[in-house]
Design a protein around this ligand. Structure first.
Ligand SMILES: [Zn+2]
Length: 319
């Protein structure tokens, strides 16, 4: 996407959603004032989940990545560019979704109404194996994703930091409901803390600590709980491995006694199936929770992470 059409569509559309927002707020003069709702645009599911839990009934959250859509390389519709312009709060992570970065850069947003998660958590450099996946592409597409691994939300500790940051933003935008936001954030933090404890306990003693994943989404999770991630695809699921990399992974599975090749909901399992077939391993789901799908529409970040834990402990023979 070039810069010029984006600017054009922005200027054409900027006024339309503004009228809609004014109409829905009646005579109220600010977010949350007199019972109005604070509008939040979240760039993809995990941030929408936190905004909904912390904001409760005082926020109206729009997820820019529709259910079933793989959020890497998201394209924004003109209406969504308008949402990025007009929402009281935009939550995104720089260098994960270039279209959202562009929309935020080009929007004329109020100071304090934007939350970049990359400034909230400590990013890790892209894992070596995942970089190789990129190199095969031979394009400068890699630079859209930066040199850091964006998959911060798969470490529950990072989700606690994100919860705290969302709370602070909502309190600043809508101080009338500060107590509600604090209570909601405390409740979610408690659940995330328990989740983290259960991961640490569940993965304490395992027969193997190597995890073969569909794409390189699990570095933060692996680092937190002392696992080693071997990704089939790169940081972006569309960066498929070379034949040589595939051969390496197949050999690793055979020599390390790995029982399970992990697949995910929003990415084709074809390559994982091939490796499983060649090695006699089984496949199971490890969800990077980049979005919900038809099959997971009743789930949340917390329930999907618990399924991930169950599948990890089974695959790695943890006791
Ligand atoms: Zn990913």
């Amino acid at each position: 996407m070039t810069m010029i059409p984006m600017k054009k569509s922005l200027s054409l559309l900027a006024t339309v959603p503004l009228i809609a927002v004014l109409a829905s707020c009646g005579s109220d003069d600010g977010p949350g004032a007199g019972g109005g709702t604070t509008t939040v645009a979240a760039s993809f599911y995990p941030f929408a989940f936190v905004a909904e839990r912390v904001g409760g009934s005082f926020v109206d959250v729009e997820n820019l990545t529709s259910p079933g859509v793989e959020p890497h390389d998201l394209e924004l519709k003109p209406k969504q560019v308008g949402t990025v312009q007009d929402a009281d709060l935009v939550i995104y992570e720089e260098h994960f979704q270039a279209a959202v970065d562009d929309a935020v850069d080009q929007a004329d947003r109020a100071e304090g109404g934007t939350l970049d998660i990359a400034s909230v958590v400590t990013l890790k450099p892209t894992q070596a194996g995942a970089e190789e996946g990129h190199a095969d592409e031979g394009t400068d597409q890699e630079h859209d994703h930066g040199d850091d691994d964006p998959h911060t939300w798969l470490d529950p500790e990072n989700m606690i930091a994100i919860t705290k940051a969302v709370e602070a933003k909502l309190v600043a935008l809508d101080p009338d409901h500060a107590d509600d936001y604090a209570a909601n954030a405390a409740e979610l933090t408690g659940e995330l803390t328990t989740l983290g404890t259960d991961f640490a306990t569940g993965l304490q003693t395992c027969k193997t600590r190597t995890v073969v994943t569909s794409h390189a989404a699990f570095q933060y999770l692996a680092a937190r709980y002392d696992l080693t991630q071997v990704p089939i695809a790169g940081i972006d699921p569309s960066n498929e491995p070379s034949p040589a990399q595939l051969a390496d992974i197949t050999q690793l599975v055979n020599t390390q006694g790995i029982t399970t090749i992990f697949t995910e909901e929003l990415v084709s399992p074809a390559i994982a199936d091939t490796i499983a077939k060649e090695t006699g391993a089984t496949t199971a789901t490890l969800d990077p929770i980049e979005g919900l799908s038809d099959d997971t529409s009743d789930e949340t970040y917390l329930t999907l992470m618990r399924k991930n834990l169950k599948n990890l402990t089974k695959a790695n023979s943890c006791s």
